[in-house]
Design a protein around this ligand. Structure first.
Ligand code: COA
Length: 261
């Protein structure tokens, strides 16, 4: 059975399965329920003859502010056997292993996994107000989703470190220059432009599309290993005083103080 969440909207039309992260009052921050619904829908799409393309977007003014920081602290993300992965792990595996193309429409801020999931998307479009930030170190954490390999490969080590180590926010225009984004469309036209492209892709020869994706992403096993390595450090960091201070600082709306750690 496919998990559902009131915070993930699912719409299928013309071969395109659109998954909308829909928790706008929390900037679409992702909870375990939301990851479960995303994971199950992406996995089910692979064997659904009616779905040729998956489109991921967010509602309101955000793509997603990343993992829900409260949920994060409560979740057990320690590495387990493949069948016992927590929902976040299942979602990351689902987008890593997806054979059918994934298209993203980044309609506002993208933070943390909001950026790292894009590295598994085959076409990424954004609105001019979109921003991209991976503040893992700011939170006492390490990059995830294979991003410590994929981001430097895409934008270069220096720019990746600027995002990872300093948590620098990247604008849509810079993201396009860096190759993180394919094209930018006006905010009001974004979802329509991206849906049109997703539908056009869905109408193309399906096997040729799948094979092309496979050829372009030929480093699959290396990325899978990197994800496993990241996950060990990520889980360990979640249990440290570094993350506890960062999470408390977020809740208290202040800057974290790591000086005594
Ligand atoms: N987890 C849980 N709640 C989150 C969240 C997250 N990742 N991101 C935003 N929210 C919540 C806020 O707590 C706030 O809730 P409240 O209205 O009940 O207080 C609401 O969403 C709106 O966010 P707010 O901070 O008021 O908006 P903003 O425009 O000033 O800032 C962000 C937006 C995304 C820059 C800021 O919320 C932020 O830094 N969030 C954390 C992002 C993050 O570190 N993600 C994890 C990366 S690994």
């Amino acid at each position: 059975m496919i998990a559902t969440s009131e915070n993930i909207l699912v719409h299928k039309e013309a071969g395109v399965l659109t998954l909308t992260m829909n928790r706008p009052e929390k900037k679409n921050a992702l909870t375990q329920d939301m990851y479960a619904a995303l994971a199950d829908n992406v996995v089910a799409a692979q064997s659904d003859p009616e779905t040729k393309v998956v489109l991921i977007t967010g509602s309101g003014d955000s793509f997603t502010a990343g993992n829900d920081l409260g949920d994060f602290a409560g979740s057990d993300d320690s590495p387990k056997g493949e069948n016992e992965l927590p929902p976040v792990g299942r979602y990351l595996q689902a987008i890593l292993n997806a054979e059918k193309p994934i298209v993203a429409a980044v309609n506002g801020l993208a933070v943390g996994v909001g950026v790292t999931m894009l590295l598994h998307c085959d076409l990424v479009y954004a609105s001019p107000n979109a921003t991209f930030q991976t503040p893992f170190v700011n939170l006492g954490l390490v990059p995830e989703a294979g991003s410590s390999l994929l981001l430097p490969k895409l934008i270069g080590t220096q720019k990746a470190n600027d995002m990872f180590l300093l948590g620098t926010k990247v604008t849509a225009a810079d993201a396009e220059k860096m190759g993180l984004v394919c094209s930018i469309f006006d905010e009001s036209a974004l979802i329509e432009e991206v849906s049109d492209r997703a539908k056009a892709l869905a109408a193309k020869a399906p096997n040729a599309v799948i094979l092309t994706k496979q050829l372009v992403r030929k480093d699959h096993s290396v990325v899978a290993q990197q994800m496993a390595d990241e996950s060990v450090h990520f889980s360990a960091q979640l249990k440290t005083a570094e993350f506890a201070e960062a999470a408390l600082a977020f809740a208290e709306r202040r800057a974290p103080d790591f000086s005594k750690l």
